[in-house]
Each structure stands twice: as C-alpha cells, then as structure tokens.
Design a protein around this ligand. Structure first.
Ligand SMILES: Cc1ncc(COP(=O)(O)O)c(C=O)c1O
Length: 390
C-alpha cells in the first residue's frame, strides 16, 4: 500500500505534454526550458578542468550539508552586497529550487494546514506542497501580482502555514509584483507574523530598468525566506540553487536535508563556484537578457499579426513566459489538441490554477525557440484559433 499522502498525487500534465513535444518536428512553446545554444558550455568545460587543478580530489568528495562555504559567500554577497543582513550562515545550497520547495515543505507543512499562492501559480510548487496534505488557497492576482486586499481578507479567515509568491516574472504568466504591492505585502506579513516564501528563479532576466528589491530584502526578518537558482542563468542540468533565510531556519533545513540527500552534489557546486569566480556570469546574464528580449518581442509581434483580435496577451518585462487569454467560452485544452495536429504545442493555463479555473488561458514559453520557429509556431496556433471560430 502506498502512503496515504500519495493518493491525491498525479503526474504533472505539463510533464505529459513535454513527452509529446519532445518528438521531432514539433515546435514547442510548452516547456520552461532555457535556450541550450546559450549554455556557457565552453566555460563550464574549462571550469571542470580548473577545479581539479585547484582543489584536487575534494571536488569528488562528500562535503558539508549547507554547501560550499565559498559559494555561499558569493551568493550572500549577491543578495546583500553590504553584508548587513545576509552572510553565508543564512544560505543553504540545494539540488535545484525544486528541492528547496520540498525541504521547506518538510520543515513547515502539516496535514490540514493551508498554503496561500498567487493565481495562477507554479505547478511544481503546488505539487511539492500537496505531498504534505495541505490545502492550497489561491489569492486573487492581476497584472501587478497578488492583490494585498485579497491576502488580508484571506488571513482574517485563516492563518496560512506559508505564503508562496514569485514576485519576478512569475511562472506561468510572466507577471511581476509591483513595488507598491511588495511593500504592502511585506507590511502585512510582518504585522501578522506570517511566513512568506519568495521563489525567484527569473529575477535576473529583466529586459529593461533594473531588478526590483526582493521581499526578503525589504522585509529583513525571520518572516521571509528567499529562494533562487542557477538553472535559468547558467544551466538547469547542474541542479544548483539556494535558499536564504534566518540562520536558525537554515540550520533546521540542513537537518532536514541530511535526511533527504546528505548534501548537494559537490562537483556541481565547485563548477558553479568556479564559473562565478571567472567573472563571466554578469556578461552571460546580459546575453540571456538580450536574447530573451528579442524572442519575447518576436513572439509579441507574431501574436499581434496572426492571432484574432479577440485574444489578449500580456507583455512581461522579463523571464521566459508570456500569457494569453482566449474569450471565456474557449477551452485552451481543446485548442492544444488541434495545435498538436499542426505540430505546435503550448501549456493550457488551467494546469496552473489549483482551483481548476483558467480554462481559457495559455502559457507560451519564448526562451527556447528561434525567431523562425516563433513566427511559424504562432502562425500555426493563429490558424487553429481562426478555424475554431475565434
Ligand atoms: C518558479 C519556479 N520555481 C522553481 C523551479 C525549479 O527550478 P530548479 O529546480 O531547476 O531550480 C522552476 C522551474 O521552472 C520555476 O519556474
């Protein structure tokens, strides 16, 4: 017999769609994949050589649960250049942010408690939380992110075990939480002494202006946990990410992590550390920002050219996704089946609504396709939308 907590689990529909879209000849806007041609392949290969020269066999040895000190120092300096509130003792390295979601769930979630999310939210997080038999309460959100009034109203009814937000270019919509709302959310969380998890894998991929301050930096208290990853800015296959937070919480997480996998892969940590030391990270992020911006622009132009006027779309200022809304009565799941016949794919937005709504929404990924494929793929979706009577 499987454990009771497994009974409600199902495979992510996105993973199922990805199985189809990995077939040759399909233009896929479905995955959340970075552009592989931009991976710093040569630099990582060089770093692999260099770490053996510098550190010898210790790059293949067991290492500490919290992660390499030198890597944690670099991360804390990125988060807080003045070291006024964050040091290496506030950081733990994880196998991807997805592991961070699991570890935090293990530490804080219990059957019957509730997790508040924005609407829609990251499916991988919802999956991780559900394993701990919590209820997910989606809070009303719009083009500026979660609505603070909605959050307050929900808090008055029920105290959440956790509030989970992606303030920058969130997955799936690409929406960011406005600065004004960031301050309001921070105030609410502090005033009610709640726990907020900020998941920020896309924050460095902004297309104009500069990075907005994190809730973690604005809040500076035990109420805020920050999480980010090198998956989108170096390479996801390395599985190196981190959690930042209150020192006591980080030590508890380390104990939880010991029971999970002892430590994060030593070799991968040394690789990322060496890559950061090489001084190439900033220019690499510039390249990602430039390329993804071009791809976003290309996708927006193609949507405006080929989609019927009744379809609306947003224009995220960063990240890897944009969001499309069909008129109410149209089902994106049905449109997807028609699109697959034309060898083009996307993810129906409904997957990201924990309450099953959002049938008429679509997530489009723009980071993983060339301009030619973006133009051709959007044209094909546009043809299906017209045949379906939009
Ligand atoms: C919002 C968000 N959080 C976490 C993850 C997991 O990333 P990783 O485990 O590769 O760091 C993703 C991946 O797409 C994501 O979009």
């Amino acid at each position: 017999m499987y454990a009771e907590r497994i009974s409600g689990l199902k495979s992510s529909a996105i993973r199922e769609i990805l199985k189809i879209t990995s077939r040759p000849g399909i233009i896929s806007f479905a995955g959340g994949l970075p552009a592989p041609e931009l991976f710093p392949e040569k630099e990582i290969a060089e770093a692999a050589q260099d770490i053996f020269t510098k550190y010898g066999t210790s790059v293949l040895q067991y290492s500490v649960t919290e992660g390499l000190l030198t890597l944690r120092e670099k991360i804390s300096a990125m988060l807080d250049p003045d070291a006024s509130h964050t040091g290496p003792q506030n950081i733990i390295i994880t196998h991807g942010s997805q592991q961070g979601l699991d570890l935090i769930s293990k530490l804080y979630l219990e059957k019957g408690r509730v997790v508040f999310t924005e609407t829609p939210s990251y499916l991988g997080a919802i999956q991780a939380f559900r394993l701990f038999q919590v209820d997910i309460l989606p809070i009303a959100s719009d083009e500026d992110g979660i609505q603070p009034e909605g959050l307050l109203k929900a808090i008055k009814k029920q105290r959440p075990a956790l509030i989970y937000l992606m303030p920058n270019f969130q997955n799936p919509t690409g929406v960011s939480l406005s600065l004004e709302r960031r301050k309001q959310v921070v105030d609410i969380v502090k005033e009610h002494d709640l726990l907020l998890l900020e998941d920020d894998p896309y924050g460095d991929l902004f297309f104009s202006g500069e990075k907005m301050p994190s809730l973690f930096t604005l809040g500076r208290s035990h109420n805020f946990i920050y999480m980010s990853s090198f998956s989108k800015t170096i390479a996801p296959g390395l599985r190196i990410a981190y959690i930042a937070g209150d020192e006591k919480m980080i030590s508890k997480l380390a104990v939880v992590k010991q029971g999970t996998d002892l430590q994060t892969n030593t070799f991968g940590q040394y690789l990322v550390n060496e890559y950061l030391e090489s001084g190439r990270y900033n220019s690499h992020k510039d390249l990602l920002r430039q390329t993804y911006k071009q791809r976003r622009d290309c996708m927006l132009a193609a949507i405006d050219k080929y989609f019927p006027a009744s379809v609306s779309r947003n224009c995220p200022n960063g990240g890897m996704f944009l969001w499309v809304r069909l008129p109410e009565q149209y089902m994106a799941g049905h449109i997807l089946l028609k699109c697959l016949e034309k060898k083009v794919a996307f993810v129906p937005g409904q997957e990201f609504y924990s309450d099953g709504s959002g049938e008429n929404t679509i997530r489009l990924n723009f980071s993983n396709a060339t301009s030619e494929n973006i133009e051709e793929g959007i044209k094909r979706i546009g043809e299906v939308l017209k045949v379906e009577g939009l």
